[in-house]
Design a protein around this ligand. Structure first.
Ligand code: DGL
Length: 264
């Protein structure tokens, strides 16, 4: 048993989609979350910069004495997860393998779409992981660089958001039966994405899939929280102004949380 928190990192608010799933599946776990909204989006940045920023987030989480780190960011997972995983003595999880495995299980016609940031798509990592396990599956990847700014500015309900999602995804419509939301910001746009893709397309939330792996690892290493009688402690930090993060988080998590600004 281990009551230390699980650390989550993301370029901004996207990792909240992973945290929401953790709160649902593992409500007794304590959480420390850091979102680098001041420097989001990461997706269009060069790999070396994403690596540097992600290490800063990792080092911040390590100062909070976390027992495990979840890369709640596909872009950071694509660029630097392997390196961080090798360097640390605590478990470090990414969101890409769980999303890739889920897509293989779900597709009926062997046509899988993957949407993500420019870095995630250009890394080709989803296609590689999917085809390593299932070479017969076709993967069509599409970068959606305009989606993260819509989510970070909390414009997910706007007509502009609908228009952008519709225009961006049109090359994928009718081409796949399964679509991996290969960026943790995208589940916030899920109703619009589902509407554009059609109800027959199964959307995969890579972050939610990853929480199943968190649960397995907690059991394997026997580091679950033992505080089943206590209210879990959730600490959220952002590198930007805390107000905007707080509004998005309160809506998405459907509870009032406390957010602190931090400079890295
Ligand atoms: N949530 C991040 C991801 O999953 C978004 C990265 C970005 O800031 O572009 O890729």
């Amino acid at each position: 048993m281990d009551n230390r928190p699980i650390g989550f990192l993301d370029s901004g608010v996207g990792g909240l989609t992973v945290v929401r799933e953790l709160m649902r599946q593992l409500p007794y776990e304590n959480i420390v979350y850091i979102g680098d909204s001041a420097r989001a989006p990461y997706g269009p940045r060069p790999a070396q910069q994403i690596r540097e920023y992600t290490w800063q987030l990792v080092n911040f989480l390590l100062t909070k004495d976390v027992k495990m780190i979840v890369f709640a960011c596909n872009t950071a997972t694509a660029v630097v997860w392997e390196e961080v995983k090798e360097a640390l003595s605590i478990p470090v999880l990414g969101v890409i393998l769980p999303g890739a495995s889920a897509a293989i299980k779900i597709t009926q016609n062997g046509k899988v779409g993957v949407i993500g940031t420019p870095m995630t798509v250009s890394s080709d990592i989803y296609r590689q992981k999917i085809q390593l396990l299932a070479p017969q599956v076709d993967v069509i990847s599409l970068a959606c660089p305009k989606f993260v700014p819509i989510v970070e500015s909390n414009e997910i309900q706007s007509s502009v958001a609908k228009k952008i999602v519709y225009q961006t995804l049109s090359p994928l419509v009718g081409k796949v039966d399964t679509l991996v939301l290969g960026c943790t910001h995208y589940p916030l746009l899920r109703p619009i994405i589902q509407n554009v893709m059609g109800s027959s397309v199964t959307l995969i939330d890579s972050g939610a899939e990853c929480i199943r792996d968190v649960s397995v690892l907690l059991n394997y290493f026997q580091i679950n929280s033992s505080r089943h009688d206590a209210i879990a402690n959730h600490s959220f930090y952002t590198t930007a102004a805390s107000e905007s993060f707080q509004i998005i988080a309160n809506n998405w998590l459907d509870k009032k949380i406390n957010v602190e600004h931090v400079d890295l």
